[in-house]
Ligand binder design. Structure first.
Ligand code: CA
Ligand code: CA
Ligand code: CA
Length: 84
């Protein structure tokens, strides 16, 4: 084996060890999830990451056909839209 091949193998082994270590620690090597609609909630927390009117921090808008506040209840099904 040439010294040059050896260095490539060492680099490869180091990369694998780094990936395994990150996995063992529960870390992702891909970084944080994206927030594509820029509403402050990333794709993990946001139930609709392509619509900034929908997020766990939004208020339910009654009658737009969307689950605006991400509580799995849409419009009239959402207690926020039920008259007291
Ligand atoms: Ca959203
Ligand atoms: Ca709605
Ligand atoms: Ca809702």
């Amino acid at each position: 084996m040439k010294p040059r091949d050896h260095r490539a193998l060492v680099r490869q082994a180091a990369a694998i060890a780094l990936a395994l270590g990150a996995t063992a620690l529960g870390c992702s090597t891909r970084g944080p999830a994206p927030d594509r609609d820029h509403d402050g909630y990333d794709a993990v927390d946001d139930c609709h990451d392509a619509n900034s009117a929908v997020s766990p921090g939004a208020s339910e808008v009654c009658g737009d056909g969307l689950d605006n506040d991400c509580d799995l209840a849409v419009d009239a099904s959402d207690p926020d839209c039920t008259p007291p």
